[in-house]
Design a protein around this ligand. Structure first.
Ligand SMILES: C[S@@+](CC[C@H](N)C(=O)[O-])C[C@H]1O[C@@H](n2cnc3c(N)ncnc32)[C@H](O)[C@@H]1O
Ligand SMILES: [Zn+2]
Length: 267
């Protein structure tokens, strides 16, 4: 039996204790550990959908090609500089970045996602990590327990991130830069657009840095398809645009990631 002192019961907020097959709270709420090794801590009051399975599988396939390694390497560098003891990946998806960090950096890591499919794939790829089905707007963690929250291409629950971070803890937010996947949009849309760049200001956080990293990648047909299917364009793109894209054998496409680091600070 091992004890995790920072996971809390989603029903009553008491600290959860990990037993062989369950996570238990002292007031009798019990959460089964699935045969795949993850636990579902979503309760009925919280919305129960993450990305569709098809998008999750496409992301998993795409990441096998390591095309976003520039971002992965940059995130690892930042983690190694900050030296957090407890890391939370809020909206971890199928776990590409979480497991990359775990391979080179020792920390207690909790990865949350609302998609069961994503958490199953993540746990299979890295069985030693704590992957939990949970909502980033209601994380099952006690107050002021984390040193670093990662929010990578995921919905940002900034109030919740502030609640779970220790004073002086960090929030790393990663999203698309203006020209991320621009050449793909040139193929699928009649009028491709730049991704908007919003300014995020939140009381209790000061911004430490904000920069972009860029690369150009060359994708073959299967990876073009997987990339398209893991993005929101799958829902908004015209059918002829999709057909044009899927007819390509190769696509040279820009990738651009905006990284923002915030520190929790009461002053
Ligand atoms: C674009 S994916 C990014 C996943 C991962 N961070 C990555 O970069 O590969 C966004 C993820 O957020 C999850 N998600 C969406 N809403 C969520 C919520 N409220 N709580 C937890 N996860 C959520 C989706 O299921 C999906 O896996
Ligand atoms: Zn409870």
């Amino acid at each position: 039996m091992s004890f995790l002192h920072i996971l809390k019961c989603p029903n009553c907020g008491a600290v959860l204790v990990k037993k062989e097959h369950t996570y238990d709270c002292p007031w009798g709420h019990r959460f089964d550990i699935a045969k795949e090794g993850y636990v579902n801590l979503l309760v009925h009051t919280q919305k129960k959908t993450g990305d569709e399975d098809k998008m999750v599988i496409a992301r998993h396939d795409f990441f096998k090609g390591d095309h976003y390694h520039v971002l992965k390497d940059e995130i690892i560098k930042i983690v190694q500089k900050i030296k957090p003891a407890i890391i939370v990946d809020a909206g971890a998806g199928e776990g590409y970045y979480t497991r990359a960090i775990a391979q080179v950096y020792e920390a207690e890591i909790y990865a949350f996602d609302m998609s069961k499919k994503a958490i199953k794939l993540a746990k299979k790829a890295c069985p030693d990590l704590d992957y939990i089905v949970a909502n980033v707007f209601h994380m099952p963690l006690i107050d002021e327990s984390a040193d670093l929250v990662l929010s990578i291409f995921a919905p940002l629950g900034i109030k919740e991130d502030h609640r779970i971070l220790k004073e002086g803890g960090y929030l790393l937010k990663v999203g698309p830069g203006p020209k991320h996947l621009y050449e793909m949009k040139e193929v699928v849309y009649d009028e491709p657009y730049l991704n908007p760049s919003k300014e995020l200001v939140h009381p209790g956080f000061k911004k430490l840095f904000d920069y972009e990293i860029k690369d150009v990648i060359t994708l073959k047909h299967d990876d073009i398809k997987a990339l398209f299917e893991m993005t929101p364009y799958i829902h908004s793109c015209p059918i002829d645009g999709k057909e044009r894209l899927f007819a390509l054998d190769q696509l040279v496409v820009s990738i651009a990631f905006r990284l923002e680091l915030f520190q929790k600070s009461s002053s």
